[in-house]
Every structure is written in structure tokens, then in C-alpha cells.
Design a protein around this ligand. Sequence first.
Ligand code: NOJ
Ligand code: CA
Length: 712
Amino acid sequence: MLNYLKDNMKCKMIVVILLMSFCIGNAQQLKSPNEKFLLNFSIQENGTPQYDLTYKNKVIIKPSKLGLELKDESMSLQKDFIITNAKNTSFDETWKPVWGEVKTIRNHYNEMAVTLQQKSSGRIMIIRFRLFDDGLGFRYEFPEQKNLTYFVIKDEKTQFAMAADHTAYWIAGDYDTQEYDYTISRLSEIRGLLSKSVTQNLSQTSFSNTGVQTSLLLKTDDGIYINLHEAALINYSCMHLNLDDKNMILESWLTPDAKGDKGYIQAPSTSPWRTIIVSDDARDILASKMTYNLNEPCKIEETSWIKPVKYIGVWWEMITGKSSWSYTNDYPAVILGTTDYAKAKPNGTHGANTAHVKEYIDFAAQNGFDAVLVEGWNIGWEDWFGHSKEHVFDFVTPYPDFDVVGIRDYAKSKGIKMIMHHETSSSTRNYERYMDTAYKFMKANGYDAVKSGYVGDILPRGENHYDQWIINHYQYAIEKAAKYKIMVNAHEAVRPTGIARTYPNLIGNESARGTEYQAFGGSKANHVTILPFTRLLGGPMDYTPGIFEMDISKLNPDNKSHVNATIANQLALYVTMYSPLQMAADLPENYKRFPDAFQFIKDVAVDWDDSKYLEAEPGDYITVARKAKGKDNWFIGNVNGYNSRTSTISLDFLDAGKKYSATIYADAKDAHYKTNPQAYSIKKMMVTNKTQLSTLSVPGGGYAISIIAMDN
Ligand code: NOJ
Ligand code: CA
């Protein structure tokens, strides 16, 4: 009997041990530090890795497959895997960004690195999961090994299986541009909407009738916000998401290169992080720093030359068609067989002429701006759409009416920095060839920031704007600029993925629909209530706010566009659209017409010690308060969507016992983005940390408040 019991026990123990090793072998779990998130990882029967994610016990990601298909089909990295190791660790650090919304950022996560081995080939792939208190990041790692040295990706097969037909805030899948208005719809409605009106605006390279771009925001019916994006997009192609709208499964869809390949990988190497930020409070999504945290720490040793910039520019006048980038309408390089532009006939509308640039420098100096951007200063604009497209710009030869040295000296005498413009015309190899010369030319002439641009098809091979080849170009430009101590603001480049943590000289990007579209026909009035939930999570945007004249025909009678915003809304953007690079985009003459409203743009800070997200609902409203760097001054911005709304906030974040002087720039009662956008009121009052404020925001409106500490 005893022996029987002993044997039975032994048997049971072996079963338990076997079961345990089975569990450890095939299924792994990870919790976030706050235990609100639970990640399950396992291997399916055919050896395909899979994961799922819950938040507060609610399913966020249903079981979803992981892996990659390779061009060499005998080498699939999607099946036949077993788990050979799983290592759990924790990490907690606090780091200081060079510029930012807050003074310090906490990077706190639990990590699980699962080593997978393919049974037949012995190939090894690691999937590294990092679970933060605000979401999950994971990536593929390809360690150095004999039988996986070099491969070409056919497609990445990462799935994000949704639990239901959520509301999505989306822009259409496109390999070349993100410059779209957002559509708010159910996931199941995307196919129908894409095949109708939305597709009419798509560039040639839209990729499917259910494809959308990241960063994608979703909202569940029970009020959970989910953001899908990527972090640290380096030497890999940009991820879009294709939707299986029968099963509500979003799947990664990488941007192909000119040959159709989706990535050339040489081990050791890693993919970017795939990110899932989640909260039942929309404000947490805005405050999340997970994307930055998944990037490497700063690689620039000495960063004192990287400075936030408030600037004006010879720009809006060209965007609206009031003046031209080009000095001449002829094609001197071709017609005259020479680049002697002095022989060309001036068209009389060239914005970047010395006298006019000096007016901007004067205006900047008088109103406390740091810098002036000038576009259309260099030869080539008249030739861009005509002839030698591939070599159109050399980035060092000014038009005859732009006196580089005179402007350099004049700006210096007024304490103003100049911002260089490099429109590459997407001839990226041409730009790379000129880059050293161009950056040296900038430094010699007092420029330490460049706005680069990538308009048009990528030359020479017809790459897509978001494929690996050109992503490496954008990165090369940032790193090369850092060597010259140059700050970069790249337009039409890939949307950012937190790389500014590593290279904080990347002080801005466009990579979304900016204010320029207000002069190209208009944008949705609630666009700015969505961007901070999507595009801005990867890094700041050079949105170019501050338009006071909404009727563009007043600047250019041929342009009938209307800016869909009130003046108060435009002021709020300096706070709601976080960027260390902020433009006052309108013309000086329009600011002179509204000096009292312009005062807010003059006063508002561009670098911050703290940020409080007071109210938020994507598509409807965002209210943010930020504390100016090194000062006891606060600035508040509220942007509003299509419905009138009273925003009620408490100023309890102010220091107790202190008095502050507040100036409130609000929509007038009868203001409206379309019919009465210039109606605002300005009120001054004394406030403390006990003050509650209720302020009306009209459709497409908002309010801005400056709160300045009074000497006690
Ligand atoms: C598009 C950019 O977004 C805009 O800012 C720039 O002025 C033009 N391209 C010309 O380079
Ligand atoms: Ca653009």
C-alpha cells in the first residue's frame, strides 16, 4: 500500500514537473509594473509565435500571430518555432530630455525576452516584450548566427487582433504621404469609405482598400483608447496596417522599395518596436512617453547647441500664392545654357529678396522671435517641374537678389538666427552628394537649423517615401547634421517614431497634414484635436500655427481657400501641439492688425518643465497646461472640434499661496471657424491654485491662457 502510494505520488510529481516544463516551454506571461496589463505569449501547434494582451482584465489584443515571411520561401520566420529560453527582467530609470513637455521622463517596464528556435533549421529569433504601465512594445531580434546572416523580407506578419469593431481615427494607407485629414469611423466602415471619396485624394501608391497608417488611434465601445504605432524605426521600412475586416485583425504591412522588397536585413539586427499604448483615460495617451522610452538614449554628447526655436518665415506668402519661391519664370539653366541667373528675367514676385528678408528680420527682432526661415533663396525653383529634375538644387547658390552675406550680418546684428531651407525635390542621392558642402555653407553663413523637404517622387530609383532605403537617407541626414551641430526639421519625411530621444537635433518633422493645407483648400476643423493622439506621439510636428487671416483671397485673390479655425484656436495650438520648434506662420501685416492677440504668440514658451493634460477626447477637444522651462509661468491651450463646448478646468496645479496674473484669449460668443473666425475676447484676471475657469469654445475654436507669476 505504502509502495503504491509512493509510486502514485512519484507519478503525480513527474506529471506536475512535466506539466510545469510544458507550461514554461510553451506559454509565458508578463505583467506591467502596475499589474494592469497582462501579456501572454505562446507557440501555436505549427510553431507560430502568438501573443495576446489584456488591460484591467479586458481583452485589448486577442491571440495574434507573430513572425516574418522572407523572400526566400524556404526561410520563413513564422513557423516551426519552439521556445528555448525566456528571460524576465525589470528596468526603472529617469532621464532628462534635451527639450520636451516635461523635465524628466520615467522609463519603467518589465521585460521578457523569448528566444525561439526553428526545429528544422536551428535558426534563432528573439522576441523582446516590454510592458510599461501605459502599454506594450515588442520587437524581433535576429542574433548573429551561421544560417541566418542575410535575408530579404517579403512581409512582416505581426498581427493586432481587435476584440470588436472599434471606432478608428485613421488616414488611408499610402507609401508616400501622410498629409491627409483624419476620418473617424468604425473599422468595418474603412473599406467602403476608402473606395469612395477618400481614395480620390490618395497618391498613386496607396496599397489596399483596407490599409491605414500608424499612428492609429482606436476607441472601444466601453471607452478604452488604443494607439498602434512603432518606435525606433531605424534601417527598416515603415509599418502600415492592413485590416482583415471580417475578423477585425490589423496586420503589419511594410513599405516596399522600388523593386517590391520590404527590407534587407543583416544579422545581428532588430526590427523597430511595435507599440500598443492603452488607457481608459484619453489624457494618458497624450501624456505617454512610451515611444521615446523605446528609443536609445541620446547619442549626441554635447547638446548645448540644440535649442528650442520660435520663428517666423518668408513662407506663408508662397504657400498662399501671394509671392513665389522662384526668382524667374524662365528656365535659365536650360534656355541660357548657363547658371548665370543675373541674365534671367525676374518675375517680380520673388519672396526671398534681401530687402524683404530684412523686413522679416526686423519684425522678428521687434517681437522676440529667435529665428527667420527663408524659402526660395536658392536657384532651381523655376526648373523643378521642368527639366533637370534630378540635379535641380545645389543648396549653395543663391538667386541674384538674395545676399547671403548681407543677410547673415544683418541677422547677427539684430540677434536673429536664420533657418536654412533645403528642398531636395526628393532627389535624395543628389542631396547626399551635396550634404557636406551644404552644411558647411550653412555654418559659414550663420545657419544652425535646416528645414528639409521631400516633395515629389523619390529619385533616382522611384523609391517610396517610407521604404527602408529612404528611411536610411533621412537618418543619414540627421546624423550628418549632428556632426555639424545643425538642427533638422524634415518635411515629407517618414513620420517620427521617437528617434529624437537619440538624436535631439531632430527638432521637428511635418509628416502629417499641416497648416499649409488650410491654404490648399482647407482642413477639417477638428484635425488638431486628433493629431496629438496620433502623429505627435512619435515626436514634435512643425505644424506652423498662428494664422490670423482666414480668408486667403485677401492675400491672393486667386486663392479661395479658407482656414478652418478661429484666431483663439490658432493661439491654443502653441500649447496643444507640443513642439520645440514653433512658427508664427502668418504675415507680419496680419499680426500688426491684431496686436492684442499676437501678444500671446510673443509670450508663449517653447520649452517646458511640466505638462498637465486637463481634458481630452479625440475629435472633440484637448486642453493642456504647460509650465515654462525654468519659470513659474504657465500657458494653457484648448482646441475644440465641431460642437460648441464649455471647458471647465481647475488651476490646482499652480503653487499654493501664490498669485498669478492670467490673460484669457477666448472665442467671442458668436465666433465660428467658418463664418466669424476673427471674433475673440481678451480678459485679464488674478488667479490662484483655487481658481476654477469655465470658458466657451465655439466650433473650430478654443482658448489660450497665459498665467504669469506675480511677485509675492
Ligand atoms: C512642402 C512643405 O510642407 C512646405 O513647408 C514647403 O514650403 C514646400 N514643400 C516647398 O518646399
Ligand atoms: Ca508638406
